[in-house]
Design a protein around this ligand. Sequence first.
Ligand SMILES: [Zn+2]
Length: 433
Amino acid sequence: MLSLSLSLSETSPAEWKYISEGGATVVFSYQGPNHPVLTGKVLRLRKTPRAREGNGTPGDPDPHPITDEFTVEFQQKVISPRVYGNTWLQAFSAYHEPSRPLERRTISMIDISRRTGVLALDLIGGVSCAVEVKPKWGFLPNPIHLSQESRPIKTRNCRTCMYARLKQTEGKNAAMHYCPLDLFSGSRKRLEYALKGLWDSWVQSNGSINNLRVFSHGKIVRPNDGLTFQAWSRESFSLPPDAALTSIKSRFIDSLLPEFLHTSLLNHISTLQRSLDSLDCEGFAKLVELTRIESAGLGDNRDVNPLDADSMQPTMEDWVSFVDIFLSPEHQKNSSFKPSNLRYHTLAYLLSATFKDCSLIITLRPRSAHEESSSIKVIDLDFKSVNKIPGWFNLDEKIVKVYANIHAGMRKECIEGNSESEYDSCPTSTRAG
Ligand SMILES: [Zn+2]
């Protein structure tokens, strides 16, 4: 880890530009005068829940916060600067608040109590077109521990498609035309299908789904942006300003397709997701329960929570030794279904969640440029806290319950592997779900 003695408070908030945000962090890119460290970098700041109504204080602090130092070490690829004063961050936050989407502003704010942020390479600034794809879950679960009710559903429908359906029933935006198993298939036809699905969902939601984001010179582009959208399509695909949306869509897909066809990254990501999540959420929940019962039988406190964050939150040493075991031939022995292996499965599940939530950044260059062809980079490899696990158990149950209520004929089937046969016999409307 490279530590730099750098004070961001020497920069003005106006020299930073709001880029985007996820559930935990907000990202700004440096736009100020040429600086040996900051030029070409983005700054990621942690968020905190906004105060509840009628209560003037910020939301309850996370009892087990993930520090930026931990994040930095976890990723081992970013630069951690020595920070800023809180007054600077307060001014910074106030200055950029109007740039944030309203739906984000009402529930969260920049955490001004933090004394660190994370500086990382700016992968999207400076190029006319950068695309962020969040592929999500690229596998169907191991059926061994699935219940009778969930098995027929979970072995035919992927988690991402089912979750999209839940979001839709809750009135939220979701990528209803996209199945990650198509993106991960390695088949040209299905990859094209996945990219079309992402584009259609992006257009229909006016760019508010998180599976696809488009950036032009570091600024987010949305389909309804009018002039910005036109400028982006003209510059990125050499199209006339009045080009039809269908022409832009096919240029977009034609540009991305070779990037996905010629990378082994997706294969690596799905293999990691699958092998780290070997029990499925249900099997993992059963193992937690089994551990609780066993501890109670041994005379321990009956209410003992095997996932208690104080004892289960992994340290950096835990991660290092876990990776050693995971990569060793011994790992079969350490991963059998028994309470003594709960810690192994907890770390494995958390790491799987990191890969299930990562994003890919693809930079597309204008056709006329004589530069090297673009490449895919992985971002958002953030550490997930053990505190999230109970919420994941509940969400898993809810997702399957909602999906089970959908008439069988209306369900879409998600195909694992590179088979294309179903895609020849199945009408497009059914595949799009
Ligand atoms: Zn699917």
